[in-house]
Design a protein. Sequence first.
Length: 291
Amino acid sequence: MLKSMTGFGRAEQTVGDKTFQVDIKSLNGKQFELLLKLPGFLKPLEFDIRRILSSKLGRGSVDCTISLKETGNAKPVSINTDLAKAYYKPLAELSEALNLDPSHILSTLVKLPEVITPTADTLSDREWDDFEIVLNAAIDDLNLHRIEEGRSLEEDLLLRIDNISKQQDEILKLEPLRQQRIRDGIVRLLEENVGKENYDGNRLEQELIYYIEKIDISEEQVRLKNHCDYFKTTMFEPEESKGKKLSFILQEIGREINTTGAKAYDAAIQKCVVIMKDELEKAKEQILNVL
C-alpha cells in the first residue's frame, strides 16, 4: 500500500494545567523539511519534538504549529517588554498612517506572539510524557490522511502502468508487420533504382537480417514488461517509504519507451510510443507525492 506525503493532522489535549493544540501539515518534498512553531517555554524541548516528527513522518515538507490554547489555573506570567516595544513602534506608525484610534494598540500588543508567556521554564518529565501523547495523536491523524490519499495515488498509478502495458501489447502486434514493411520497402527501392536483375538476392538477405537486427525492439519490450511488473510488485511491498524506488523504476520504464521510439521507424508504433510517454509523465507527476 502506498502512503502520500500530503496530509493534515490535529490533536488537542490538556497537559497538567495547560491545553495544547498541535496542527501538522505535510506536503511533498525530496527530504524531510520541518517548519516548527512552538511557545517559548517549549524551546528546550525543540530537538526532541523534531526527532519525533522526523522519525514518524519520513519525507515531506512539514509545517507543525504547537499552540497553548489556555491554562487551567491562574499562573504568574512574564511580559517581554523589549519585544512589546519593538512591536509598538511599527503599529503606532501604521495607526497614524491610516488615521486610526491608537488607544487599541495595547490590546493588540498583548495578543502578539511571545509578548506574554507563562513563567514556567519548561514541562516537567510527567507533563512531557503527556505532551508526547498529544504530539503522537496529531502525527497519527496526519498519517491517516496520508494513507487515504495514498489509496487514490495507488489507483491512478496502476491505471497509468496498465495503459502503458496495453500500448505495449499493441506494439507487439504491430512488430511483425513493421519488419515485413521494412523488408518490402528496401526491395522495392532496389528494384526501382537498380533493377530486379542487378542485385544479389543472397547479399540482400544478409544485409536485411543485419539491418532488422539493428532496429529490433524485442529486448526493449521484454525489459519494459519486466519494469512494469516490478513497479506493481514494489507498490504492494510492506515498507512505508518507497516513492524514490518507484521513481527510479519509472526512469527505467521511460528509457525503454524512448529506445523503442528511436528504433521503431513505424508510424503506428510511434503513436503507441507517444501515448506511453503521456501516461509515463502522468505517473511521474503522481509519484512526486508518494512517501
